[in-house]
Design a protein around this ligand. Structure first.
Ligand SMILES: *Cc1c(COP(=O)(O)O)cnc(C)c1O
Length: 436
């Protein structure tokens, strides 16, 4: 498969280049030159397919020319090694739990797939070691750290701001095998990001190390996120439902973008809902027609505190800029923190279900949309993280009902390893070169 930039459709580069570059030089985003449609037989027969079968079908259609079938199978078996249960709340609404991977967030899908695909191409190029640099404010870093852990020929360096990540997030960053190194920076997330950017632009470092980024807009992270949309429909059919709509907690709009990509590949869907917190750039755009980002607002669902969603250009690109067609399929609704809290409480009181604030936002959107579009279909709410990652969002009663997953206990037993770093680039650079 070849890839173009959303800023230049004439550009044509192979998958491996799009993979290692993450971003084209023209600051667009990579997209496949064509989107393969899965066969009608495959879609009709979904309920007889496992998540791994589905993943293999999709990745072969997109990457079959770039990665041999047997290798793709191995990558999928290794990367998607956890369950994705669809839980019925009642006759209308189900929750798709995407948080059973090692970092307990849906970002495990993207990070684990990307790490193994990168390791495959790095080995193929004969490169001794692939150096992955990541700046994180929380969730992405944990997924990347745990996603690359013990992947051969890779080494990850994570920079995170001291005191700005939650205790569980810090454990995920600092309690890993030897190929993951955590640097606790005396500075802000922006300082971390600036140092990583400078490293990529440093010719001397580029000569010494084989650097790449694990950027969240990497196309290889979008592909595995299509898998679970098909899987959810398969499970819904197995549970006796035939039509589905998805409600997706949205920040950078990668997750809902993957859903729309799945739709382009042939997934039958009634509609998609992109649910946001007070950062409502997209809901306002779909309602009023002006794309007018405002300053970012901090919220309870902080992994969605994004005022300029980076994947929005991919969604516009998928629809050729045609917002009329886009609006028939995609709706977007925003909820503030007060509403989010009431959503968390309603989930707990009506169903005994403890959901993270991101999931609660999508739940509220699903309920609201059903009032406008009632019918015989199932609303599937994507649950993007385990609630234990956001303890400060819950009142004491709900918090006490929260199950502590085995991932947390397993990490607690491991030794913590981190190194302090100032926010001076020269210090970061010597760290990278000294430990070569
Ligand atoms: C990253 C994240 C989101 C937002 O996903 P996007 O793909 O950026 O829209 C939602 N919930 C959680 C828990 C996340 O970590």
């Amino acid at each position: 498969m070849l890839f173009y930039s959303t800023n230049n459709r004439q550009l044509r580069i192979p998958f491996r280049e799009a993979l290692f570059q993450s971003l084209p030089a023209d600051k667009g985003l990579y997209m496949p030159v064509y989107i393969p449609e899965l066969s009608g037989d495959f879609i009709r027969d979904l309920e007889n397919r496992s998540l791994q079968d589905i993943a293999l079908e999709i990745s072969s259609a997109l990457l079959g020319e770039d990665i041999p079938q047997a290798k793709l199978e191995e990558i999928i078996r290794d990367a998607i090694n956890f369950g994705v249960p669809l839980r019925k709340l009642d006759e209308d609404v189900s929750v798709l739990e995407l948080f059973h991977g090692p970092s307990m967030a849906f970002k495990d899908f993207g990070a684990r797939f990307m790490s193994r695909v990168m390791a495959y191409f790095a080995a193929d190029r004969g490169d001794a070691l692939l150096d992955v640099l990541v700046a994180t404010s929380g969730d992405t870093g944990g997924a990347v750290a745990l996603g690359f852990e013990s992947v051969p020929n890779t080494r990850v360096t994570i920079l995170y701001p001291r005191g700005k990540v939650s205790p569980i997030q810090e454990q995920q960053l600092t309690r890993n095998a030897g190929n993951i190194r955590a640097l606790e920076v005396d500075g802000t997330f922006d300082d971390c990001q600036a140092m990583v950017k400078q490293a990529f632009n440093d010719p001397e470092l580029k000569g010494l190390l084989n650097l790449t980024s694990a950027n969240s807009i990497n196309i290889s992270r979008l592909i595995p996120q299509t898998f679970y949309y098909f899987h959810a429909l398969a499970d819904a059919r197995r549970q006796g439902d035939h039509e589905v709509a998805f409600s997706v907690p949205s920040g950078n709009f990668g997750n809902v973008g993957a859903g729309l990509l799945a739709w382009k590949m042939g997934l039958p869907v009634r509609y998609f809902l992109a649910a946001t917190n007070a950062n409502d750039t997209v809901p306002r755009f779909l309602r009023e027609g002006h794309y007018d980002p405002r300053p970012t607002i901090a919220s309870l669902s902080n992994a969605m505190d994004v005022a300029q969603p980076s994947n929005w250009v991919r969604i516009m690109d998928l629809f050729g800029g045609d917002t009329v067609v886009l609006k028939t399929l995609l709706r977007s609704i925003a909820f503030d923190d007060k509403e989010t809290k009431s959503g968390m409480r309603e989930l707990y009181e009506s169903y005994g279900y403890v959901a993270c604030p991101h999931t609660a936002v999508a739940y509220l959107a699903a309920r609201q949309q059903r009032k406008e579009d009632p019918g015989d279909y199932r609303s599937i709410v994507l649950s993007t993280a385990h609630p234990c990652k956001f303890p400060e969002a819950f009142d004491a009663e709900i918090a006490s009902q929260m199950a502590i997953p085995e991932q947390v206990e397993a990490l607690a037993e491991r030794e913590s390893k981190k190194e302090p770093l100032s926010n001076r680039y020269e210090e970061f650079k010597s760290f990278l070169t000294d430990y070569r």
